[in-house]
Every structure is written in C-alpha cells, then in structure tokens.
Design a protein around this ligand. Structure first.
Ligand code: NIG
Ligand code: FE
Length: 416
C-alpha cells in the first residue's frame, strides 16, 4: 500500500500548522489555513499542498487514489509526546481513595502508586504487556494520534525495564503508529533500594543505562524530579550520564511542588520539561528564553484535581508549549485527545489555534521530530487526519467528542 499515490481534495480547510521548528509564544497562533485545499501524497510522503485547483494543475490525477474530503477539514496527525502506555495491572482502588481525600503522594509514600504498577508489570508476561499496549495504541489512533512517545519506568530493574523498552520497539515495528521510546528508570525507588535513593541512581547509571543504550531503539531519558522522589542533584547526575550515552533528555518537572525542575531542564538543554503545574515565574522565564519545550498535561491535573499548569502565562511569556496525554495507570488513566483539547482551551485558556499547534508541530518538537512530522509540509510524512466537520475549531467546541473521521498514517488510509 505504501507506494500508492493519494490525492485528498476539496477539504474545506487544509490546516497546515506549517513549520520545521517549534513555535514559541505568539507564533503558536499561526496554524495556516488553506480554504478548499488539497494534499498529494506519494510513497507516504507529502508532495503537494495548496488550493485544490492549484494542486490539480500540478499532478496527473489518473495516477492517484482520490479522496474527496467534501467539506471536511484536513489536519496533521496529533503527536502525543508524553505517555506511559506500557504497563501491567490497574490502580482503580487508588483512584477511589483519592476521591475520598487521599493525595497522590501519600499513596506513593505508603508503598502504592508507581511501585504498585511495578509489581504488576514485573509479573505480567511480555505477550500480555504487548497485547494491552497494542490495544491502547489503537484507541489513540482512533482519536487522530499518529506518533506517540512511551516511557519505561514500571520495571525499576534491568530485566523489566528492558522488557518495556522491547515491547515499545516491537510495537513501533508492528503497529501503524510511530512509537518513540523513553527510558524512565528513575520513576520511583523500588523496594530493593528503599531509603537508598543515591544507591538506586548509581545502579541505574552503572548497571542499566549501558544496556538501554545498547538497545538502540531508545531516544530519550526522563526522570521524575520531585520532592520525595529524585532530587535536583540526583536528577542532574542521572541525566548527565544519559547524555553521555547520547540519549536526549526529558524531565517530569514541578508536578507536585515547585522544585527547580524547569530550571534544571533548561540548564541541561533538555528537549522538554513536562507537567509544570507548579512552575515558578523564574522557570517560565528561563523556558521562554530556551529551546526546551514546555509540555503540559491537563488530563493529569484534571484527574488529580490539581490546578492546571499556567499555559496561558507561559505562552504569553514566549514559551513553546506542547500538549500531551500522560496516559498512565495512576495519575491519569486517559489518552482522550477530545477531553485534552477541551481542557486546554476551556480551563487553561489556550486558543484552539494554540492547542492545535501544541498537539502537532510543538508535540513533534518535544520528540525532536519537527523536521519530519507535525505539519502538512512538502517532504514531511503523510500523517494526516480528516475531521467530521469543516473546521479545526470544532475540536474544543464539540466538547469531549471524537470528531476524527479518517486517519492517514504514512500515506495509508484508515477509516475510523
Ligand atoms: O506523569 N509522576 C510521575 N509519573 C506519572 C505517574 C505514574 C504513575 O502514577 O503510575 C505522571 O504523572
Ligand atoms: Fe508522566
């Protein structure tokens, strides 16, 4: 199928989100709308973009499988740049405890939380981890996601961390979605190292990282830099070791309390700093002056009943903001793009244009893939979605509803 030529024509709008780098601040409003547009695709790559009449003059229509978009909007596929989608077991009991007033951190301190999922993941077979994760990718794709990042971090030992990473590699090969892998060995301290966080960081650096690097399929290293989990010093030590193994860097930063995570991300030139619910003004300023993407995860704030990250202030200050789901079995068991879009606009006061930029070109930049995905530009991968409605503005407006009609991944059509 991949060498098939496809021509999608008469889209009420082609929303290009055009660009080959992250958009910061005001530039996030610029999504680039072509009325009555068309896109031609060959070998999974975009070859022509423009008004339908113009594209029809440039291509030989007989060579193409024609898709008449007929009044529907065509957008770049969404990039979900922060998830933990490979895991065993669930934590529905912890969710009900939280609804009765328990906090995420107090459950973690009692030995629940991430370690709860670690136990379940260690005792789940490779095939079951793979099968469940495959189904989750299907769900994401139905909502228009065409590239997803996934993290390890539920093994917390060499063998199980590698299993999670291998599941993601195999999914990247087998499932239509592209999967970008992140090593998150420093997600929590496992019981074997209880009370010995520094020794666990040493273990990760000396015994695990070299094997992770050898896997070759892993792009990023991430760390849960948070009070009571990994300190700024421990995070820095680990991330510098990861960088020397040529992994790119990400951080879970300022999620529960302001902790210096955003500043550390900028100092280390991390590709992204994620969460940022409690980022202080100094952190916002530094992010704005840096190349680090501020990745916001409003589904997690919503699920935890926490205040949202100051997305509006960050964009006004000139940050490059991305949005992602954070799908995981603890703080946020959702990868709902429709709900994410609604929360970003209605609760965080982002405009539909900014939210769209955050889920496309800026999401791509949060994965270091802004040159190949995240916009409808000639030369980029043909990762596209057709909506059931004529405008991208329906994304937050049709609150919580999936309005994706068709997904085109690497130039192949999937009707939802
Ligand atoms: O991004 N905060 C750390 N990691 C995840 C939660 C993981 C879990 O609770 O299982 C997050 O919120
Ligand atoms: Fe996360």
């Amino acid at each position: 199928m991949e060498d098939e030529k496809i021509l999608i024509r008469n889209a009420s709008q082609v929303v290009t989100c055009s660009g080959f780098e992250a958009k910061k601040g005001k530039a996030m409003s610029d999504v680039g709308v072509i009325e009555d547009g068309a896109v031609a695709v060959s070998n999974g790559i975009i070859t022509h973009v423009g008004p339908t009449e113009e594209v029809l003059r440039q291509v030989n229509v007989e060579d193409y499988l024609e898709v008449n978009a007929n009044g529907r909007a065509l957008l770049p596929g969404f990039v979900d740049s922060h998830t933990h989608f490979v895991f065993g077991g669930y934590r529905e009991e912890e969710f009900s405890w939280r609804m009765k007033g328990d906090s995420y951190m107090s459950i973690m301190e009692r030995g629940g939380g991430i370690v709860n999922t670690m136990n379940a993941t260690r005792s789940t077979s490779y095939d079951d981890l793979f099968g469940d994760a495959y189904d989750r990718l299907d769900t994401m794709m139905d909502m228009g996601v065409t590239t997803v990042e996934g993290k390890s971090g539920y093994g917390l030992d060499l063998a199980t961390e590698l299993i999670q990473l291998r599941v993601m590699k195999e999914l990247n090969d087998d499932h239509p979605l592209d999967v970008v892998s992140t090593f998150l060995g420093a997600h929590a301290v496992p019981p074997e190292f209880a009370g010995r966080t520094d020794a666990y960081v040493d273990y990760i650096i000396e015994e695990v990282l070299p094997h992770v690097r050898a896997e070759r399929s892993v792009t990023f290293c991430d760390v849960f830099c948070e009070q009571g989990v990994f300190s700024v010093e421990q995070s820095e030590r680990l991330l510098k070791a990861a960088r020397s193994q040529r992994l790119k860097l990400k951080l879970h930063a300022d999620e529960i309390v302001p902790f210096g995570g955003a500043e550390l991300a900028v100092r280390l030139k991390a590709v992204s700093a994620d969460h940022l619910l409690h980022v202080p003004d100094t952190g916002i300023k530094r992010l704005a002056r840096s190349g680090t993407i501020a990745t916001l995860l409003p589904l997690t704030a919503f699920s935890l009943g926490e205040p949202y990250a100051p997305g509006r202030r960050m964009i006004d200050a000139g940050c490059a903001v991305a949005l992602a789901s954070d799908l995981n079995p603890g703080s946020c068991f959702s990868c709902s793009i429709p709900l994410l879009f609604a929360l970003a606009c209605i609760q965080m006061k982002m405009t539909p244009e900014e939210a769209l930029t955050a889920l496309t070109i800026n999401g791509a930049a949060a994965l270091g893939r802004e040159k190949v995905i995240g916009s409808i530009d000639v030369g980029k991968k043909a990762d596209l979605i057709l909506l059931k409605f004529p405008s991208y503005k329906f994304l937050p407006y049709h609150v919580g509803m999936n309005i994706v009609d068709t997904v085109i991944k690497d130039g192949v059509l999937y009707i939802i």
